[in-house]
Design a protein around this ligand. Sequence first.
Ligand code: BDR
Ligand code: CA
Length: 311
Amino acid sequence: ARKIIIDTDPGQDDAVAMLLAFGSPEEVDVLGVTAVAGNVPLPLTEKNARIVCELAGRTDTKVFAGCDAPMSRKLVTAEHVHGKTGLDGPVMPDPTMPLQDQHAVDFIIDTLRAEPAGSVTLCPLGPLTNIAQAFERAPDVIERVQEIVLMGGAYFEVGNITPAAEFNIYVDPEAAKIVFGSGVPIVVMPLDVTHKALTNRNRVEAFRALGNEAGRMVAEWTDFFERFDKEKYGSAGAPLHDPCVIAYLIKPELFSGRHVNVEIETASELTLGMTVADWWRVTDRKPNAMFMSDIDAEGFFALLNERIARL
Ligand code: BDR
Ligand code: CA
């Protein structure tokens, strides 16, 4: 199994991503879950991460709290999408499993140093603050990362928090700039992909029909999550953004895209956090990311059902 660190700001879709990973032990080995401030403040994201581990029966998972604010900006949150707790929908018990004492950034650094070089994949599902801080503080770990597979950015679908930017990149564009400039191989799941990974009635009911607690929670989370996209965008359902990252590790053939150069806008107020992808290769800037643009949505939902059924 591929060793991964899930860096996350749960978030209903983050939660589904974690469940997909826990349901796929043959393909992914979760070395730890690192929480970051994003959808909601850090005390909630680290708590939500533990709630999800407990739901999956994985109380042995190491969960760490990381950065509580972006590198140089004020935190922007998304309660309007995810609700006050970040995991609104079903009422869930407070977690009893412990939070690790170590800071998430130190855990990321120590793990990359301790594991064989090139054997650990980072899976950021929120703002890139923890990852960038680790790279800044310990540049020696950068070349030890196998790959970064992240949810963030957009090209044709442009923005969901501003007209130009996707939420995860917008919240900490300076961190994103460090990560995209790091030289580590990157796979990006932008809105172009995730807006094709939409729930609908049949797909939500299929989760509920799995008959286990995890399936029921996924159905209730997506019921809540859908409300925003339906009301605001008139969309058919809710995009399951973050599970695309984990699905890629299990079945990369579900996705297609282009290896292109992606730069992050950090100066312009109008387009702050935009992922400027050189899709048509009109510059000679070096490609630094596999920027995905398409997904086999049926295959994706079939995979989610199969794996969540195992929990
Ligand atoms: C991203 O922002 C968050 O609201 C979601 O969890 C996802 O990671 C989508 O733009
Ligand atoms: Ca997220």
